[in-house]
Design a protein around this ligand. Structure first.
Ligand code: DNO
Length: 355
């Protein structure tokens, strides 16, 4: 397991100096942020990013994300050109030593929450998804930080109706086309592509969502049978649906070598199926983080891991979900469990390391 930490580049209030001081963190997970979705990333930007990170003693082996343009997901417009650009980005990133790329195939909106700073009982603030709020939300007006802000409200309505027409099967068809196009390039470059599950894993605002459960993940992996075509297994995204047994999924897909990147976080599922993001600690949420990490350990997981969203604690102001303190506590907690697992199982697993 290689511990990493997400960093949003020079504008991130969390600095590389901060990240370097978190015990056990070897690398950052980042992206070139000033290029619109679909475009080729300038080689200079990629090299400068890597150099900056390297100066701080950290590696840049994971990119999150290379965004997939809506034309690719909708199979229309400049889809073919954007797919070629995507391949070029894979080649460029591989040329500087990137080994894993995270992406998602969610229509229009990435992760969706209804409140970004809901006070919890302990006085911290967290991201929450209250079903009642979401029913009242107008996706054309709301703006959340995970969402691509390059669309005007009029464009959003058009996109929403295009996806409603496309439906889930249409989206599958376009995902299959995308995977079959990019995977031979990724394989040749020895880059592991890890698709991020839909967050939350159910349709939102009437838009189809397909990377949602074990059945669909089996279907997804069947599209191209190679470990380079894999998952960013996000425990909190899949885990906010009660039907998903995360420990079982980790055990299964990690044993198959189909997880290249692990996002570890906890969520507390409420009675009506709403959820609040909690601290990483097992007892604070609905997921058993010890059992999840044990499943990774038992299956010889050698991929990248990062603590995921944190609450805002100790008065920190920052990017929702991505402050320093609570995520650093998450990293320390994961490190602690992992060390215990390593020491209790000294014989380890004899799998060959990929990374
Ligand atoms: C949320 C993140 C996601 C993820 C993308 C991957 O905090 O995990 O936004 O980066 O879905 O493309």
């Amino acid at each position: 397991m290689k511990m990493t930490f997400r960093w949003y580049g020079k504008d991130d209030p969390v600095t590389l100096e901060n990240i370097r001081q978190i015990p056990g963190v070897e690398g950052v997970v980042t992206a070139v942020y000033d290029v619109p979705p679909g475009a080729v990333w300038p080689m200079d930007s990629i090299r400068n990013l890597k150099a900056d990170i390297g100066k701080h003693g950290l590696s840049m082996e994971v990119i999150e994300s290379v965004p997939v343009h809506e034309d690719i997901k909708l199979g229309r417009g400049r889809c073919a050109e954007y797919i070629e650009n995507y391949k070029e980005n894979i080649r460029r990133l591989a040329s500087v030593g990137v080994k894993c790329i995270c992406y998602n195939f969610m229509p229009v909106f990435d992760w969706t929450r209804s409140r970004l700073n809901q006070p919890l009982a302990d006085g911290s603030n967290a991201l929450v998804y209250y079903k009642k709020d979401v029913e009242q939300m107008d996706p054309k007006k709301a703006r959340l930080p995970g969402w691509d802000t390059s669309y005007a409200p009029e464009e959003i309505s058009g996109l929403i109706s295009a996806y409603q027409k496309l439906g889930a099967e249409g989206l599958w068809k376009n995902l299959e086309h995308f995977i079959l196009e990019i995977m031979p390039v990724a394989k040749e470059c020895d880059v592991y592509m890890g698709i991020h599950p839909d967050d939350p894993p159910w349709p939102v605002f009437g838009l189809p969502r397909i990377i949602t459960d074990e059945k669909n993940i089996d279907r997804l992996l069947g599209i191209y049978d190679d470990p380079h075509h894999g998952l960013t297994l996000c425990s909190g995204s899949l885990g906010c649906a009660r039907k998903n047994d995360i420990v079982r999924m980790v055990r299964k897909y990690s044993a198959m070598n189909r997880i290249c990147f692990a996002h570890v976080r906890n969520v507390k599922i409420l009675e009506d199926g709403s959820f609040e993001e909690s601290s990483h600690l097992s007892r604070d949420g609905s997921l058993d983080i010890y059992e999840i990490l044990k499943a990774y350990h038992d299956t010889g997981f050698d991929g990248y891991v990062r603590p995921d969203h944190g609450r805002m604690i100790w008065g920190e102001q920052g990017k929702p979900g991505y402050g320093l303190f609570d995520r650093a506590l998450g990293a320390a907690y994961i490190n602690g469990i992992w060390e215990a697992l390593e020491k209790e199982n000294k014989d380890g697993n004899s799998k060959e390391n990929r990374f």
